[in-house]
Design a binder for this molecule. Structure first.
Ligand code: SR1
Ligand code: MG
Length: 419
């Protein structure tokens, strides 16, 4: 990729000096002397600045040459900024209005300038704090259907899709992170793993669980070999900014071609983890009960809207080498194409359950944990909730072929919590 001789990480002082002449910032914000800059990155990898002036505000995201969560001992390519930019352009075109507006990409500095989403909050934080996000499931269901369908061979001309597949194959380093951190490390004794004190017996049980490890290996093979569509690749609730009536997807640097069920399953996993932890964040029992109902309803809406919108796109936009109209509609057989659709959705569902189960394991036993659990100060309670969530995740991964509906999953979540 690019040689970045001039790359230097920004800080709050240098940012106005280095970006103050760029028209993409100067025009909306005015002279750099009036900019107020704060670094707000709380993710695992990058620098994120909010730049404000009396005229407006923007976000500047810059990749670091290492993984922020670990430090300089884990060098990491700056190319991820390039892949994020390429992915956001495509995802934004496939579901307009659902990603932030992009203002500037500087490949040499590995930085992206984009719309400052305000008053949006990171959906994970909003859900922990008890905010209601009534459109979240609907918006994300639509987003998933549109991006996953329109990035696939059911939609794109095959030459364009194959070119994209080749392009995003270059995001090999971030794909490798997922392959290791998600699908392997949590199920063995790996150096970057960590877990809550008190969870030791559960950790040992996971490592000895042959059925779970077989399921994990099967899902890893799906992830690594089923290049079905362009995925976001890291679609958890920390990659979503939301208000009560708007939802935006951010942080697409893990984008790659993979199975549709991966984005769906990762997202659902985080809604279910929010369900298992809601009581710990709400002393009031009625508030916790209401939050539980809403979180499960959000998961249900997300899947149902996904399936309805995907089916609509299938019926109205299907093209490409997998279109198959010549075999069905053109021969007066609409029933046949509906059967192909039903089978495909069934595959996405089973994949999503498998990936959800594994995502729950990696967020509790691997390197990258989530605030739903991490902010529970009572370690005994945290370990108990993690144990329950792991049992749920195992059930999804191992029994994904037998759990047929999102209702059934929600009932399993309530049942396991009640034990
Ligand atoms: C070293 S990166 C760890 C995790 O952070 C990102 O958000 C991805 O989820 C990745 O797996
Ligand atoms: Mg991220």
């Amino acid at each position: 990729m690019l040689e970045r001789i001039s790359y230097r990480p920004l800080d709050c002082e240098s940012l106005p000096l280095r970006l103050g002449e760029r028209a993409e910032l100067l025009n909306p914000l005015g002279p750099a002397t009036g900019w107020r800059v704060r670094e707000v990155g709380d993710g695992n990898l990058n620098l994120v600045f909010i730049v404000e002036s009396d005229k407006g505000s923007l976000v500047v995201k810059q990749a670091l040459p290492y993984a922020r969560v670990v430090g300089e001992s884990w060098p990491m390519s700056l190319d991820r900024a390039f892949f994020e930019h390429e992915a956001l352009k495509r995802l934004g075109a496939r579901d307009p209005g659902r990603v932030p507006d992009l203002k500037l990409f500087d490949p040499a500095q590995a930085l992206l300038v984009m719309e400052h989403l305000t008053p949006h909050k990171v959906a994970r934080r909003a859900l922990i704090e008890g905010e209601e996000l009534p459109r979240l499931g609907e918006h994300l269901g639509l987003y998933l259907a549109r991006t996953l369908f329109r990035g696939s061979d059911w939609s794109m001309p095959t030459a364009a899709r194959k070119a994209d597949l080749a392009l995003f194959s270059g995001n090999v380093e971030l794909a490798g992170i997922t392959e290791e951190l998600v699908f392997s490390d949590p199920f063995k004794d790996a150096p970057l793993n960590r877990h809550t004190p008190g969870l030791e017996a559960t950790v040992q049980a996971v490592r000895a669980d042959r059925a779970l490890k077989i399921a994990t290996q099967e899902m890893k093979a799906r992830f690594a070999t089923c290049a079905q569509t362009l995925l976001h690749g890291d679609l958890h609730t920390g990659s979503v900014m939301a208000t009560a009536d708007d939802t935006r997807v951010i942080d697409a640097e893990f984008a790659l071609y993979g199975p549709m069920g991966f984005d769906v399953g990762v997202l659902l996993a985080h809604l279910w983890m929010a369900f298992f932890t809601r009581k710990a964040h709400r002393p009031d029992a009625r508030a916790a009960a209401r939050a539980g109902d809403q979180l499960l309803a959000t998961a249900e809406t997300c899947w149902r809207v996904f399936a309805v919108e995907f089916s609509r796109l299938w019926r109205t936009e299907r093209a490409g080498i997998l279109g198959g109209r010549d075999l069905f509609e053109d021969q007066g057989d609409a029933v046949g194409s509906e059967a192909v659709l039903a089978r495909h959705l069934d595959t996405v569902w089973r994949d999503a359950l498998g990936f959800a189960g594994i995502e729950i394991h990696r967020r509790i036993l691997g390197l990258a944990h989530v605030a739903e659990f991490e902010t529970i100060a009572d370690l005994g309670l945290r370990a108990t909730l993690e144990h329950t969530a792991l049992g749920f995740g195992r059930h999804l991964a191992v029994n994904r072929r037998d759990v047929n509906t999102v209702d059934a999953v929600n009932r399993i979540a309530r049942g396991m919590e009640g034990r």
